[in-house]
Design a protein around this ligand. Structure first.
Ligand code: C5P
Length: 227
């Protein structure tokens, strides 16, 4: 691969990897790949184009050609545009996560997104957040982490993230949706969610973000990725 160092951080929804990855990328001054957002954007682009949910080749074509920009909003938060339109809130909706997990099960879509994901590996380094960063997309990554947390804690974290944006969200419904998504993500035939054989598995249940970040920094030092 490119020779650019990659830290692959995989895990199920709500395991805290998004936050951990953002903090790490900022602290190290490395690039960040939010691969889940690309699957979410593919689902959104499909919906916008009026594609049927089973249209694999149509979704794969959109995955390859959609114009995506990951930027920063005036308030410092994230801003994501799809073909020139701001879709930040839509991308993060739980419904979009469900749609993403459906299109993500198709090999055609995964292949179409491969080059786009690898292109994020630019100097000085990349923090890659996803489900198959260590097992498929960046198999040569010198540091792989698999972040987990109990199902209850993951649902609660997602609930806290979503309830400010969507007052209709319910913890019970969210727990059910996350369980469905986990099952689909870990039982699909291509790139199922599982730790790479050389990944460090870290359980973040009851552990603060800062402590997880500290552990990853320590592991990166052991691997001579930084000082
Ligand atoms: O991480 P996030 O919740 O944004 O991911 C949305 C969905 O995209 C996941 O449930 C999963 O099905 C899919 N995904 C994937 N491979 C990745 C990242 C996300 O299949 N590397």
């Amino acid at each position: 691969m490119s020779g650019v160092p990659v830290v692959a951080i995989d895990g199920p929804s709500g395991s805290g990897k998004g936050t951990v990855c953002r903090v790490l990328a900022t602290r190290l001054g490395w690039h960040l790949l939010d691969s889940g957002a690309l699957y979410r954007l593919t689902a959104l682009a499909g919906r916008r184009a009026g594609l049927g949910p089973e249209d694999r080749t149509g979704h794969a074509a959109l995955a390859g050609r959609m114009a995506v920009v990951f930027g920063v909003a005036p308030d410092g938060g994230e801003r994501i545009t799809l073909d020139g339109q701001d879709v930040t809130a839509l991308v993060r909706a739980e419904e979009t996560g469900q749609g993403a997990s459906k299109v993500a099960a198709w090999p055609e879509v995964r292949t179409a997104l491969m080059g786009r994901q690898r292109a994020f590996a630019e100097p000085p380094g990349l923090i890659a957040d996803g489900r198959d960063m260590g097992t498929v997309v960046f198999t040569e990554a010198p540091l792989k982490i698999f972040l987990t947390a109990s199902a209850e804690e993951r649902a609660l974290r997602r609930y806290k993230q979503l309830k400010d944006k969507d007052s209709a969200v319910s913890l019970a419904a969210l727990s059910r949706e996350i369980a469905e998504r986990d099952l689909r993500d870990s039982t699909r035939s291509v790139a199922p969610l599982r730790p790479a054989s050389d990944a460090f598995v870290i359980d973040s249940t009851g552990v603060a973000v800062e402590a997880i970040v500290g552990r990853v920094i320590e592991l990166g030092r052991m691997r001579a990725l930084w000082r």
